[in-house]
Design a protein. Structure first.
Length: 431
């Protein structure tokens, strides 16, 4: 029961945790400020304290204005965020809402405004004709200035959030960072001196609930494997949907089954399941977000080819390092160089197929889009090694075949054939 409650608390995110924590922190500082006022009023620094003093009516007016403006602006900020959500869901992609709710600027703006309101209201409550807390009022005034500056920055950020090219570039940068983190290291040699990789697991650890794999605690798994002298083999890669009772991991070791209960207890919480996707480890999800934007842009209802072209360009940029160096499974060794944890990964063919198959089908009759897909394939083909080159040659063949099925004009067919010549090796333009 306690574990489930903690997991539910950990899943709370977006416009709740950070704004709430920041607002409560600023509210708590109100009591510190009031205490500081009392101390200064009784200390020898009376001249400094008198500088901050004001009359009762002015203090009430200032605090009432700040509190009222803060709570009014907070409601406007949330209204504006909801408008952005509506625009994003309708015109860009519904899955971008998770990015907007996780945006730190939105969270900090809501927290500062909420905290300013609570701070000012608390100081106003403690202000009387015979006790005007000058320091606290000065702090409230400073918070009002900070809130105004934060609001200006918030408006600037929101204006960029609805700019589709900015969002595409940001998503692509995150995808590129994730892919770069799992590229194959040619200088890394994993030698398992204790386990035969063909060994069958002593037993399997199953999922206690349904959900997507959104997090894997590698340090915890490595410590577990080292402690019990076993190898932990995660069954599926991040982003995979797991059913209750389905295998999460296999434990490989000579006497692993004899310590099953202890290993299962130590394993608990190492693999996080969530009802929705969208974690930093889920590479396919990041690709699918860019794909969703591109496919919606290519739909007849939107018909925005240039947005789809931007998605293709950014996808090709994110694939540069994996295509150049390759991808590998995640193998984690202990200090002795023994493989202790194995986590399934993606191959270059996986990510290329995930991205280009849907794009090719959606753009079959759009010569402008096909031209840019061809350019992306050529760019990636130019930097690929001999093992990866056939992947792009295959996609170039499929791209040409898809275009042929739309019964194009001879001139269009010749144009695309010439465009794909660096990959297909065709010099003729006769079709």
């Amino acid at each position: 029961m306690i574990g489930r409650a903690l997991r539910q608390l950990g899943s709370v995110r977006g416009l709740i945790t950070v704004p709430g924590a920041l607002a409560l922190t600023l509210w708590a500082t109100a009591f510190i400020a009031l205490r500081l006022d009392r101390v200064l009023a009784q200390s020898d620094a009376i001249e400094l304290y008198l500088v901050l003093q004001t009359d009762y009516e002015t203090a009430v007016t200032i605090l009432s204005t700040i509190a009222g403006a803060a709570i009014t602006t907070l409601s406007l900020v949330y209204s504006l965020v909801l408008v952005v959500f509506t625009l994003a869901a309708g015109n860009i992609a519904p899955r971008l809402l998770r990015r907007f709710t996780g945006d730190r600027v939105n969270q900090v703006t809501a927290g500062v405004l909420g905290g300013t309101f609570l701070f000012s209201l608390t100081i106003l409550h403690q202000t009387g004709p015979n006790s005007v807390p000058g320091v606290s009022i000065a702090i409230a005034f400073c918070l009002a200035v900070i809130a105004v500056l934060q609001l200006i920055f918030f408006v600037h950020t929101v204006s960029r959030s609805v700019t589709i090219d900015e969002e595409i570039a940001a998503i692509s940068a995150q995808l590129e960072e994730r892919l770069t983190g799992i590229v194959a290291d040619n200088d890394d040699e994993f030698r398992d001196t204790s386990f035969d990789r063909g060994d069958a697991p002593a037993f399997e650890i199953t999922a206690a609930d349904n959900g997507y794999i959104v997090g894997i605690d590698e340090k915890r798994l490595t410590a577990l494997a080292d402690q019990f002298d076993v190898r932990v083999e995660i069954t599926d890669k991040p982003g995979t949907f797991i059913l209750r009772g389905q295998a999460l991991a296999g434990i490989v070791g000579d006497d692993g089954d004899d310590r099953r209960e202890a290993i299962e207890d130590a394993f608990a919480g190492s693999v996080t399941l969530a009802p929705v996707r969208g974690s930093v480890d889920d590479i396919e999800y990041a690709i699918s977000v860019l794909l969703e934007i591109a496919l919606r842009a290519l739909s007849p209802g939107v018909n925005d080819t240039f947005t789809a072209i931007a998605c293709v360009d950014r996808l090709s940029a994110a694939f540069v390092t994996p295509v150049y160096k390759g991808l590998r499974n995640r193998l984690i060794c202990d200090r002795d160089g023994i493989v202790r944890v194995s986590i399934p990964g993606l191959t270059v063919e996986d990510i290329v197929n995930t991205a280009f198959h849907p794009l090719r089908r959606a753009a079959a009759g759009n010569l402008l889009m096909l031209q840019n897909i061809a350019d992306a394939l050529i760019r990636l083909h130019d930097i690929a090694d001999e093992e990866v080159e056939p992947i792009f040659e295959h996609h170039a063949d499929l791209l040409m075949a898809s275009f042929e099925r739309t019964d194009p004009m001879d001139a269009d067919r010749d144009f695309l054939t010439e465009r794909l010549a660096p990959i297909l090796g065709r010099d003729d333009t006769t079709g």
